[in-house]
Design a protein around this ligand. Structure first.
Ligand SMILES: O=C(O)C1=C[C@@H](OP(=O)(O)O)[C@@H](O)[C@H](O)C1
Ligand SMILES: C=C(OP(=O)(O)O)C(=O)O
Length: 431
């Protein structure tokens, strides 16, 4: 599906979709537990991949009419799956499920779509091997398809922190049900650190203790997962909130605003988007108790912002920078190249088609914003939900029409994205 956007102004209310990161963890944690109701779960292509893995491990995930998930666990330890685990487009699923598969008494095979089969899994495979499991890439290139044989019993393992924090999340979640527990020693500085905080929060909510140490993280073994009263509720997603927030900042109707509900505080690093939009000059208020954000548009100015902790915000910030006056310098961005696509290059190249100048370095992206209007163009979504959504935002203020190719991939994290834009008053056409 291609989506053509006509320049529009926005007003009204948008509800934040539930957090993808919390939902993945809750579904897997519920898999380790006996029975759990996961309230307000995100049901997207990525979270469905995690649900399928839990089912292949011997659990059951049922989505009820009220959109809550009823999860029946696989009894503490995953069974050997009867089929290949297809993680589709989801990096989180592949990493979390690789470590879970290393607990099974036998062999699991994991694969995914072309994008996922190009992302780095090597450090996690080596970690499983160091813990006396077997784990290899069929192509011997550190990428899926992966073959994982357990069971591991725990121990100490060293892992880099600057490729993906999901390796650490994976080892902590699986480590809790090993005999000995797992000590994760970081070999390099941790990037995307707030995602491990999310993990520690979800583990605590399922009664599992894990913590930071001086050189990494640790989780004791022989623990069991159980949510209080068998209930768990997922908060709103701040990576997803970044889109209506940025849309309001650049294109809210004069004298009007965009209000976002479901924006309650949580461990998500991507709450930083509220401060970023504020620093760029938009008029934004976040009522943390009510969980609402209100934003109206104002002339924006370029800023410098590090995405060390918040990689998923890079595409949104790049679009804001394109509309702002002056340079927006996005630093500490190398790990953003290991996502569904190399998002640093993708945003530079696609915004370039709309007349935006950028300077790309390995670790940074500088967007040279200017007062002159962006030009509408046909841009490639690159099968990457965040690239698609960020380019659609640029289309709101470009001169002429902007067509984003492959728009259906928003179903990875934000299935209702284009409906939300329409509800806020955006003129768009799906072809
Ligand atoms: O653990 C998670 O839920 C995620 C961690 C981050 O990945 P990295 O840790 O690989 O940077 C983030 O980009 C991804 O969208 C979700
Ligand atoms: C990178 C992302 O997710 P994952 O790593 O799970 O594919 C994302 O949602 O932007």
């Amino acid at each position: 599906m291609n989506v053509t956007i006509t320049p529009s102004t926005l007003e009204g209310e948008a509800r934040a979709p539930p957090s993808k990161s919390y939902t993945h963890r809750a579904i897997l944690a519920a898999g380790y537990a006996s029975e759990t109701t996961v309230h307000d779960a995100l049901w997207s292509a990525d979270t469905q991949a995690t649900a399928r893995a839990v089912e292949l491990f011997g659990g059951a995930v049922e989505r009820r009419a009220d959109a809550n998930l009823e999860v029946e666990g696989f009894d503490g330890r995953p069974s050997v799956p009867a089929d290949v685990i297809d993680c589709d487009n989801s990096g989180t699923t592949m990493r979390l499920v690789t470590a879970a598969a290393a607990l099974a008494e036998g062999t699991s095979v994991l694969t995914g779509d072309e994008s996922l089969r190009s992302r780095p899994q090597g450090p996690l495979l080596e970690a499983v091997a160091d813990l006396d499991g077997e784990a290899y890439s069929t192509r011997d290139n550190g990428q899926a398809p992966l073959v994982v044989t357990g069971p591991i019993s725990g121990g100490e393992v060293a892992i880099p922190g600057d490729v993906s924090s999901q390796y650490i999340t994976a080892l902590l979640m699986a480590g809790a049900v090993t005999e000995e527990g797992i000590d994760v020693v970081l070999e390099t500085e941790l990037k995307s650190a707030p995602y491990v905080d999310i993990t520690l929060e979800v583990l605590a909510d399922f009664g599992v203790e894990a913590r930071k140490t001086t050189d990494g993280f640790t989780v004791e073994g022989s623990q069991s997962y159980a949510a209080t009263s068998g209930e768990y509720a997922v908060p709103g997603d701040f990576s997803s909130i970044s889109y209506p927030l940025a849309a309001g900042a650049i294109a809210a109707a004069d004298g009007s605003s965009v209000q976002i509900t479901g924006a309650n505080p949580s461990a998500q690093g991507d709450t930083a988007i509220v401060d970023i939009v504020d620093r760029m000059g938009a008029d934004v208020t976040w009522d943390r108790d009510a969980g609402t954000i209100e934003v109206s548009s104002a002339p924006l100015s370029g800023i410098e912002v590090s995405v060390e902790d918040t990689p998923d915000l890079l595409p949104t910030i790049a679009t804001l920078g394109a509309v702002a006056d002056g340079d927006t310098r996005i630093t500490n961005a190398e790990h953003v190249r290991y996502k569904e696509t190399d998002r640093v290059s993708a945003m530079a190249e696609e915004l370039g088609k709309m007349g935006v100048e950028t300077t790309e370095e390995r670790d940074s992206l500088t967007v040279h914003g200017s007062d002159s209007t962006l030009s509408g163009a046909t841009v490639r979504g690159r099968h990457d939900h965040r690239i698609i959504m960020s380019l659609a935002l640029a289309g709101l203020v470009a001169e002429g029409e902007t067509t984003v190719e492959g728009g259906d991939h928003v179903d990875v994290s934000f299935p209702g994205f284009f409906d939300m834009l329409e509800d806020l008053g955006v003129a768009l056409e799906r072809t």
